[in-house]
Design a protein around this ligand. Structure first.
Ligand code: NAD
Length: 308
């Protein structure tokens, strides 16, 4: 849900997002993708029970060809209201380890992706590795906890003082000023806030040799993928590394609540990244381009699903 200025802008965004879901699902080895929905409106002002019920009715009219889940501007409570009108809603289960808030499982996938990226770039584990996180909200908090448990030192900046304080007090994260987080001398930069973190202004500030984080659309423009590679920076494509949430949703749609199965599937994110990194090394192409290429090959049936 977002305050789009026009129907055209909303349509263009939903097409971009649905393409993204398709590619993400292909590389995650799950039979989802092809659709996405947007609601035009300010989530802080225009959201009402009637609106969410209407959305639920609309989704129900598609008879299960489209299944929704929470995303930017919506949350678990909104999904529960839509769920009064349709069974084709996920992310409404509470009181179970999988279902409801997807952030912990997304963070687990990003953690696996950082482990694989560090192994490829530095031939090491996370012990003593310095990681800078831009944004330490829902995903970032769970991610930082796992990184610190594995022996990494985590630096973070967040525009929300409560979120950074929680991470400093509870996890031992080291606070960094907002303006310094992209340029701090670390091994890994993990964008975990909004999209567009890697852009023409920020790219030459980055000292990290790995960029791997949860945020969607980390590259402001397509050419940033190659720009990172030319600077010797290994980039874990965003939609590959942050696919833990959609993998969890897939198991929810199948009615499978076996945590071990979901975790094992999410752990394969590391293997998918390894395949992408190796092909990037062999061809000289950007990892972001390789990910798109692999997804297209999977969708065309040229290769088996990555993780199936
Ligand atoms: P969130 O809103 O809980 O956390 C984002 C954090 O970034 C917040 O604490 C916010 O204050 C902070 N932030 C915003 N702008 C900032 C800036 N300019 N500098 C520093 N900090 C800033 O969101 P989340 O659920 O943790 O998701 C983080 C990112 O991961 C988003 O891009 C989201 O689209 C993506 N993602 C999330 C999931 C999921 O399961 N939640 C799944 C896939 C992708």
């Amino acid at each position: 849900m977002f305050s789009y200025v026009s129907n055209t802008e909303a349509l263009s965004d939903v097409l971009r997002l649905s393409r993204g879901m398709t590619y993400k699902s292909a590389l995650a080895g799950i039979a989802l993708g092809g659709g996405k929905s947007v609601i035009i409106g300010n989530p802080h002002q225009d959201k009402s029970r009637q609106l969410l019920l209407a959305m639920g009715e609309f989704i129900n009219s598609l008879s299960g060809t489209y299944i929704t889940a929470e995303d930017s501007g919506t949350g678990v409570a909104d999904m529960a209201i839509m769920g009064e009108k349709t069974p084709y809603v996920t992310g409404v289960v509470t009181g179970e380890e999988h279902g409801g808030d997807p952030s912990p499982i997304t963070a687990y996938g990003v953690y696996q992706g950082i482990v694989a990226s560090v192994a490829h770039q530095f031939k090491s584990n996370l012990q003593g590795v310095r990681i800078a996180m831009q944004g330490i909200g829902n995903v970032g908090y769970h991610l930082a906890r796992q990184l610190i448990s594995a022996g990494a030192t985590v630096y973070a900046a967040d525009i929300n003082p409560a979120n950074i304080q929680r991470a400093v007090n509870q996890l031992g994260v080291i606070e960094v000023p907002l303006d310094d987080i992209m340029s701090i001398d670390v091994d890994v930069l993990a964008p975990c806030a909004l999209g567009g973190a890697i852009n023409a202004d920020s790219i030459d500030m980055i000292k990290a040799k790995v960029v791997a984080g949860a945020a969607n659309n980390q590259l402001a423009t397509v050419d940033m993928g190659l720009a990172l590679k030319e600077r010797g920076i290994l980039y874990a494509p965003d939609y590959v590394i942050n696919s833990g949430g959609i993998i969890d949703v897939y198991y929810q749609t199948k009615g499978i609540r076996d945590r071990k199965k979901v975790d094992a599937h999410v752990e394969r994110i590391g293997d998918t990244l390894k395949t992408i990194f190796t092909r990037s090394d062999q061809t000289g192409h950007a990892t972001s381009g390789i990910a798109d290429q692999l997804a297209e090959e999977i969708l065309a049936g040229d290769v088996q699903e990555m993780s199936a």
